[in-house]
Design a protein around this ligand. Structure first.
Ligand SMILES: N[C@@H](CCC(=O)N[C@@H](CS)C(=O)NCC(=O)O)C(=O)O
Length: 150
């Protein structure tokens, strides 16, 4: 059994990048609110009163930010699970740190090219694909490490 302790640089790196990603997910709510107020487009009647906005469910800019938020929710919790389990396989600290770092950078870039400053494809596909492959790699490492130990 590989000991997973806070003294391990890879564990500290996981905690750091997990925290950054959690704040990044929270930031999506602020980004959505910013676009809603800029466009005066809201989801509920009571939200429209102070800013004289309208209820609208198909504003393209709001929907874009909402899709980016949803995409985070489809991906980042999976990283938390796989990243934590990956640490139990005894990876090199350097490799684990780079995987967590690149993953985090990819997810931040995904939001930028999707919702902040939309860029033509394949910008979003790449920003999505690299973190996606990192998760598959960590998942495969977990399975290959533990499959023989049952
Ligand atoms: N739920 C996603 C699954 C596939 C995915 O996440 N694709 C990436 C790269 S093209 C993406 O940014 N999709 C846009 C989105 O989720 O709104 C979708 O419907 O597209």
């Amino acid at each position: 059994m590989v000991p997973v302790t806070i003294a391990e640089p890879a564990v500290r790196s996981y905690i750091l990048y997990s925290g950054i990603l959690a704040l990044k997910v929270l930031g999506m709510a602020a980004l959505t609110a910013r676009v809603r107020f800029r466009k005066k487009v809201f989801a509920n009647e009571e939200d429209t009163k102070r800013s004289k906005g309208v209820v609208k469910y198909d504003d393209p800019d709001v929907e874009r930010v909402r899709r980016a938020h949803l995409n985070d929710l489809e991906n980042i919790p999976v990283f938390w699970v796989l990243g934590a389990l990956y640490l139990t396989t005894g990876p090199s600290s350097e490799l684990a740190t780079w995987l967590f770092r690149v993953y985090t950078a990819g997810r931040v870039l995904h939001t930028i090219v999707y919702a902040v400053k939309p860029l033509p494809q394949p910008a979003r596909g790449i920003a999505y694909g690299i973190p996606y492959l990192i998760k598959w790699y960590m998942g495969a490492q977990i399975i290959s490490h533990f499959i023989g130990s049952l």
